[in-house]
Design a protein around this ligand. Structure first.
Ligand code: PGA
Length: 251
């Protein structure tokens, strides 16, 4: 399975800005991207189709949505469905990002419902999990990850192929703070996520990609990528600029 280098652009960039950065990124990495890596860009919904068109002919570059609602259509003001994301060119989507859990108030159960729905309706889903600083200080990292994974993957559709489900370990206290988790902390958390996957979905557990996210930068990406059970990164701030993200992609 290829390592996945993902850019989460959050609520940044107009269509023109997004296409410009996507094109610049392709120019910087296309000839140097090793065959064991692929790139994913998660633009805001409004720029998704434009970025998808810009990347349509580029191998190993994919586009995804940052969120979706678990219905095909209906009276859900402000929401978009997995089908609409795919219509705009998305192949992947996030569920359970910490900003949706903690700013938008999404529950573990809702994240699980979305994960199931997205997988059953054609998307590759990146389920994000991670503890808050007070949970880490209280020694509850594994309990939090276990709970988020159990509810997040509770009704994974049978026969989901390993490449369609991705886990992202993102300690909440490291997101957007410049405070990256220590290598030992990442190693331990990823080993735990792998162990938990082996219990929850043994047939595909060892093939599932586990990404690290939280203040990944050009200068720490290669050390993080070298760790056991790190199969990619999910990058926010440092992915907004083509040059900086290109260094991470090639780290
Ligand atoms: P960050 O964000 O790289 O800015 O910490 C990561 C994320 O939210 O996925």
């Amino acid at each position: 399975m290829k390592q996945l280098m993902a850019a989460n652009w959050k609520m940044y960039k107009t269509r023109d800005e997004a296409v410009q950065v996507a094109n610049a990124l392709v120019n910087l990495v296309q000839d140097k991207l090793t065959s064991n890596r692929e790139v994913l860009i998660l633009p805001p919904f409004t720029a998704l189709n434009a970025v998808s068109k810009a990347l349509a002919a580029v191998d190993d570059f994919h586009v995804g949505g940052q969120d979706f609602y678990p219905e095909s259509e209906g009276a859900f003001t402000g929401e978009v469905s997995p089908g609409m994301l795919q219509d705009a060119g998305a192949r992947y989507a996030l569920t359970g990002h910490s900003e949706r859990r903690h700013i938008l108030g999404e529950s573990d159960e809702f994240v699980g419902r979305k994960t199931t729905y997205g997988l059953a309706n054609g998307l590759s889903v990146i389920l994000c999990v991670g503890e808050r600083i007070e949970e880490r200080r209280a020694g509850h990292v594994e309990a939090v990850l276990a709970r988020q994974m159990e509810t997040g993957l509770a009704s994974m559709p049978p026969n989901t192929p390993a490449e369609k489900i991705v886990l992202a370990y993102e300690p909440v206290w490291a997101i957007g703070t410049g405070e990256v988790a220590g290598l030992e902390e990442i190693l331990q958390a990823h080993a735990f996520v792998r162990k938990k996957l082996q219990l929850l979905c043994p047939a595909i557990a060892n093939e599932i990609r586990i990404l690290y996210g939280g203040s990944v930068k050009p200068d720490n990406a290669s050390a993080i990528m070298a760790l056991d059970n790190v199969d990619g990164v999910l990058v926010g701030g440092a992915s907004l600029n083509a040059e900086s993200f290109s260094k991470i992609v090639l780290a």
